[in-house]
Ligand binder design. Structure first.
Ligand code: C2E
Ligand code: MG
Ligand code: MG
Length: 399
């Protein structure tokens, strides 16, 4: 690449001449072990055959107020490519990056709305990646309205580069994200920083608690992939899995139907924690009812969900957990979990009806005994899953 500074006139000519193109990088599901998404990443292909990476011209385009012109011009091509990708596989989500200015402009949202309303694409398979700085400084109601319109159209919102901003957690809690992408710097630093590892694990746990998906970016080695499987991460992206590539190469990549290891043991840990939290919340409720603990002044632990399909463990069991179907411990878990909820309801009813201390103690014992059975099955499931998971050496051989 030449090192001269880019001028706006050059960029305008490049855009008009069709020199800006999308490359696509695959994302792999840690649950199915297959390609489950792709990210569109812009490239400037110069007539002399050289390729300019986005960091060389996107910040410049943003500074010149030209980025939305680029995004608008590129969008129809993204949709054309998405139609081709979706024809090949109906499991793949296509994501693309928008800058703060795009999110603040009515034009991009208008284009996205038109594409969805003309039924060219399925909104649920379109994902917009934005970084928190697109939202954080914004008190602008336009940004708020645009983001909420995208979500109401059915488009998924992903927070890009999570973990390097100033208040990512706050941003995450205030905006309707359905995915977080953990920053690749954090992922890379895990190799030599225990603190980064802790931050990644805590981020995964938090996203899980919020019920949103987690993509880890920048996977460059089998060991990182393996670690993420154990941590409960749901999707991975990185050079080790596949580099950004032109559409035709991506189509060939998808057709190869490659499989990566997918025994997400971390998801079992999430289920164990979910169950313990549920039990804690329920016992807290019973204590408050029976012994008058003043809950109004304390931090709310939340009410335990009594429907066994809709507690966190139930959502896991009937949702992503189904990946473990066929493993004995998983298949055996359904009935004891249902019984556990019956015991929970009985305990709560005793407490609500002013039952005696003895009655409450007996019902509590029955509940904790049943909880022990559920946790034991989850432990068995983990042991069985570990035995089934391929060794790290096999993983490394895959690529
Ligand atoms: P991003 O959205 O966080 O995209 C991920 C970047 O990480 C991409 O760089 C990708 O090539 C790179 N990457 C992926 N896996 C690995 C890995 O294992 N190791 C390493 N070292 N890098 C990896 P790229 O394509 O150079 O894009 C850089 C940034 O430019 C993007 O970061 C995004 O913020 C921006 N960008 C790219 N395309 C567009 C676009 O169409 N519009 C806007 N507004 N921004 C874009
Ligand atoms: Mg991105
Ligand atoms: Mg990123």
């Amino acid at each position: 690449m030449d090192t001269r500074l880019i001028t706006l006139a050059e960029l305008e000519r490049g855009l008009a001449g069709g020199e800006l193109v999308y490359f696509y990088q695959p994302k792999v599901s840690l649950i199915s072990g297959r390609v489950s998404g792709v990210e569109a990443l812009i490239r400037w292909m110069k007539p002399d055959g050289s390729m300019v990476l986005p960091k060389e011209f996107i910040p410049f385009a943003e500074a010149m107020g030209f980025i939305t012109t680029i995004s608008r011009a590129m969008f129809p091509r993204l949709i054309e490519d998405m139609v081709i990708i979706n024809d090949l596989s109906d499991e793949i989500t296509v994501s693309f990056n928008l800058s703060a200015q795009d999110i603040a402009s009515p034009e991009m949202v208008g284009l996205i709305r038109e594409a969805i309303q003309s039924s060219k694409i399925d909104a649920a398979r379109l994902q917009v990646e934005i970084t928190e700085d697109s939202l954080i400084s914004s008190t602008d109601t336009v940004v708020h309205d645009n983001v909420h319109e995208l979500v109401s159209l059915g488009v998924k919102l992903a927070m890009d580069d999570y973990g390097i901003g100033y208040s990512s957690i706050d941003t995450l809690s205030r905006w309707p994200f359905s995915v977080v992408k953990i920053d690749q710097g954090l992922i890379r630093r895990m190799a030599d920083s225990e603190k980064s590892t802790t931050i990644v694990q805590a981020s995964i746990r938090m996203a899980h608690q919020l019920g949103i998906g987690i993509v880890a970016e920048g996977i460059e080695a089998a060991t990182t992939y393996e670690f993420l499987l154990h941590s409960g991460c749901t999707q991975a992206q990185g050079f080790w899995l596949g580099r950004p590539m032109p559409l035709q190469d991506l189509l060939a990549f998808i057709r190869r139907d490659q499989r990566w290891s997918a025994m997400p043991i971390g998801l079992i840990h999430m289920a164990q924690l979910d169950h313990i939290q549920w039990r804690k919340a329920l016992i807290g409720q019973v204590m408050a009812l029976s012994f008058g603990k003043d809950r109004a002044s304390g931090i709310r632990e939340g009410l335990a969900q009594m429907d066994h399909h809709h507690c966190k463990l139930g959502e896991w069991y009937y949702g992503v957990g189904q990946e473990f179907k066929g493993i004995t411990a998983f298949d055996q878990l359904e009935e004891p979990h249902r019984v556990l909820h019956d015991l929970g309801k009985a305990l709560l009813a005793i407490a609500q009806n002013g039952g005696s201390r003895e009655e409450i103690t007996a019902a509590l014992r029955a509940l904790t005994r049943q909880s022990g059975i559920v946790l034991e099955l989850l432990q068995d499931l983990e042991n069985e899953a570990i035995l089934k998971a391929p060794a790290l050496a096999d993983l490394a051989d895959l690529n």
